[in-house]
Design a protein around this ligand. Structure first.
Ligand SMILES: Cc1cc2nc3c(=O)[nH]c(=O)nc-3n(C[C@H](O)[C@H](O)[C@H](O)COP(=O)(O)OP(=O)(O)OC[C@H]3O[C@@H](n4cnc5c(N)ncnc54)[C@H](O)[C@@H]3O)c2cc1C
Length: 390
């Protein structure tokens, strides 16, 4: 039976976070796009680090606070309630590149990269997906050949978020095409200023251009940038993806609660054709009550997954479940807003702008980091023990 009690230390930490956020949340909103988003995200990371919240669960020797994943989750929850900015384009660095280096990097890699991330000096991107290797990541073809003490990379990545603003990339390359697919992959740190890298942004339906195609032509990367062993990158990457999902579970738990509350507010202030607040419509009230209950369930499930992870339980599959639930709940919350806004949601201005932009942008939560269908496959396979599909 799961328990939702927080320890005295965790409660004290929550109070400290709340107090700090009250005094430090930036008053200006995050810019929507452009280089100023990079400066905004780095400045917020620097502020968090100077307050002691830049790397809550990261080791103290590399600039972190050495606390637990529950405390990290408490931070995200309180940050959502305080309407603080998210991690923005620092998501790969803080959510999975950094944790992968902590788990599998050499001492030299840790000392060089981890403080730079926490101090808000650098942006990282993730070069995993390719045109024919998304859900089927092991199909990746971008090749890296060993030449002396370097790897020479040729190929292409796609959907690389924030590549145009990134200093470093966590990258998967094919170092052996002769054996089983999962055994010939290597996890690499790539300096984005290396000659031979071309970044081409892709504009999406939400008006964003932070996803990119990245092309590599004879890009030379020192062998010292390999994390883990050559050809053992699949195992390293599974750790990266688990960290990515854990970070998402932690970040999401407060967000859905806040959005559900904002929806109720929207229903109180908007009126129907007869001039009455939408919340007085029984169907709308019932829909909102269901969404609020689902948001509370999402929060609880995320805490259970995180605390199970701390007890050493394998949480990759459990996080697939919470992340799936979160991603689909977010779609329902956004759709409810669009339904309430009606035709106003078609124009990107005024009250509707925020909701419409989020409705479009948040479709990503059932694709990025593993699509909803792939998460269902993981649940079927690893939680329910159903026979594998072909
Ligand atoms: C907002 C966003 C940001 C991203 N950022 C990055 C990034 O920074 N770095 C990076 O490397 N990648 C990134 N990605 C890519 C992301 O990881 C892939 O889009 C995702 O893994 C799906 O791969 P795909 O797009 O190639 O779709 P495909 O794998 O081609 O899938 C297409 C459809 O088929 C379904 N499908 C595929 N295989 C199966 C199966 N076995 N069973 C059932 N259904 C299946 C999928 O669910 C999906 O609906 C990002 C994606 C998005 C949307």
């Amino acid at each position: 039976m799961a328990s939702f009690e927080f320890t005295t230390e965790e409660q004290a930490f929550r109070a400290r976070v709340r107090d700090w956020l009250e005094r430090n949340v930036p008053r200006t909103p995050r810019p929507i796009s452009g280089p100023e988003t990079r400066e905004f995200d780095l400045a917020w990371q620097r502020a968090k680090q100077s307050g002691g919240f830049g790397g809550i669960s990261w080791p103290v020797e590399y600039g972190g606070s050495g606390l637990t994943l529950v405390e990290q989750a408490i931070w995200y929850e309180e940050a959502a309630y305080a309407r603080a900015p998210g991690v923005g384009m620092l998501s790969p660095a803080l959510g999975h590149a950094g944790p992968t280096i902590i788990a599998r990097g050499t001492e030299e890699q840790k000392r060089f990269h981890l403080p730079k991330i926490l101090n808000g000096d650098v942006v990282w991107c993730q070069g995993f997906s390719e045109p024919n290797a998304g859900s089927d990541l092991a199909n990746l073809r971008t090749a890296a050949a060993i030449e002396g003490d370097h790897l020479v990379i040729n190929g292409q990545k796609i959907w690389t978020s924030h590549a145009q603003w990134a200093d470093y990339q966590e990258m998967l390359v094919r170092t052996d095409a002769s054996g089983p697919r999962h055994k010939g992959i290597t996890w690499l740190i790539v300096d984005m200023k290396t000659p031979g890298i071309t970044v081409r942004p892709i504009r999406t339906m939400s008006g964003d251009d932070h996803y990119c195609e990245v092309f590599y032509e004879n890009v030379r990367v020192p062998l010292g940038n390999v994390v883990g062993e050559i050809n053992d990158g699949w195992r390293v990457a599974m750790g990266t993806l688990t960290s990515e999902r854990n970070a998402s579970a932690a970040r999401n738990l407060g967000e859905v609660v806040v959005i559900a509350d904002e929806l109720v507010e929207l229903a109180r202030t908007r009126t129907s054709a007869d001039g009455r607040p939408l919340i007085e419509d029984g169907d709308i009230a019932q829909r909102l009550a269901t969404l609020k209950a689902q948001a509370a369930a999402c929060r609880s499930m995320s805490y259970v997954a995180i605390s199970n992870g701390m007890k050493g339980m394998e949480i990759g599959s459990e996080v697939a479940f919470t992340y799936l639930y979160f991603g689909e709940l977010l779609q329902r919350l956004r759709e409810a807003a669009i339904d309430m806004l009606g035709s106003d949601s078609l124009v990107l201005e005024g009250e509707a702008e925020k909701w419409t932009r989020s409705f479009l942008a948040d479709r990503m939560y059932v694709i990025a980091g593993g699509s909803a269908e792939i998460r269902r496959n993981i649940i079927a396979d690893r939680i329910l023990g159903l026979p594998k599909s072909n």
